[in-house]
Design a protein around this ligand. Structure first.
Ligand SMILES: [Zn+2]
Length: 352
């Protein structure tokens, strides 16, 4: 299990670089970090993530580095936005960086390149500097500077969600390639495009259904509504990579060949009552009736645990982990606790 430490720069009273139109570095880096995390969670496995912050709080530079050090991170990435009159992207390692840091930087740099080209965003190259978070961290560490907030062309890109997403995903790919993370196993490998011949299905096309995303929707809840898999939904809508990117009001395509209405459940009891959820904490090694309750609930929401045997083994842990990857992407540990319970209850309720 590889450990990834992400450091969204600045925060709290420290706004970082500030541009026109209310652009603040401290907010932009959180967005980029979120895209990065979402992509890692949807595409790769066998890692855990720790972040210096996911909210608008201040931490000193040495706090960030010492957290990563004491946790024993395998890779450290600090995410920043530049200022000072230049234009383009650049990344940094410490001035006397280890070879591992340089390799990590080269890989990230290579992964970012296609995004830079497609947005015509200049590449300022691989650099080194005496930055505290790079100097004080013990593991391979890279600091990225996505663009210049005080340059109009760059500021326009910083207001372009597609650019931020693409860069965040490029950072994620760089980390994944460097750490050699395994790709996530998908239940239904994507078939060659024989079943879906149209790359851009039009909403008016006969037999094609559409759905407008509402507040609170997740990929899973929409897929459930139409009795299809999350993967089928993602294949029909290339931009939909994960629940954090669902855009309220956006119309998406529901792949054809599915029943227009959800299969009515014969039982009058709503699933949330049908599947009582245990209290407290359950983890690998636990067993008993509480574990059975959890297993029944996970099966009911299609995070299959196999047989309901009351033993919290590898399969149950994996199902909990898969559930957390979708619904609690900042807290993926394979352990059932209050947060997982409340999310699971909400998903069961949405299903009824
Ligand atoms: Zn910064």
């Amino acid at each position: 299990m590889k450990k990834i430490y992400l450091d969204a720069g600045h925060g709290g009273a420290d706004a970082g670089a500030v541009g026109a139109n209310g652009l603040y570095e401290k907010n932009l880096v959180l967005k980029i970090q979120q895209y990065l995390i979402s992509y890692l969670n949807s595409m790769y496995s066998d890692f855990t993530i720790k972040t210096s912050r996911t909210t608008d709080v201040f931490l000193s530079l040495s706090q960030r580095a010492s957290q990563a050090n004491s946790w024993g991170a395998d890779a450290f990435m600090s995410i920043h936005v530049n200022a000072g009159g230049g234009t383009g992207y650049e990344d940094y390692v410490y001035r006397s960086a280890s070879n591992a840091s340089k390799t990590f930087q080269s890989i990230v740099h290579g992964q970012v390149q296609p995004t830079l080209l497609s947005y015509n965003h200049p590449n300022r190259g691989r650099k080194s500097a005496n930055y505290a978070v790079l100097r004080l961290t013990n593991m391979p560490a890279v600091l990225t500077e996505i663009a210049f907030i005080d340059r109009s062309a760059d500021a326009a890109l910083l207001q372009n969600e597609a650019f931020l997403k693409s860069m965040g995903e490029s950072y994620a790919k760089g980390i994944a390639v460097y750490l050699n993370l395994p790709r996530r196993a998908v239940p239904n490998p994507s078939p060659p495009p024989t079943s879906t011949p149209t790359p851009n299905p039009s909403p008016s096309e006969p037999g094609t259904k559409t759905y407008t995303i509402k507040q609170g929707d997740t990929l899973y809840s929409i897929a459930q509504k139409y009795g299809i898999t999350v993967q089928a939904l993602q294949e029909a809508n290339k931009g939909l990579s994960d629940p954090l990117t669902l855009q309220v009001g956006k119309t998406i395509v529901i792949p054809s060949g599915t029943s227009p209405t959800p299969t009515p459940t014969p039982t009058p009891t709503p699933p949330s009552e049908q599947y009582p959820l245990p209290n407290g904490i359950l983890k690998q090694g636990d067993s008993g009736e509480a574990v059975k309750q959890l297993q029944r609930a996970l099966n009911a929401v299609n995070f299959k645990v196999g047989s309901v045997d009351g033993i919290y083994g590898v399969q149950t842990k994996d199902a909990v982990r898969r559930f957390q990857l979708v619904y609690l992407p900042y807290d993926v540990d394979g352990i059932y606790g209050p947060q997982t319970k409340s999310k699971l209850a909400a998903v069961l309720k949405a299903k009824s």
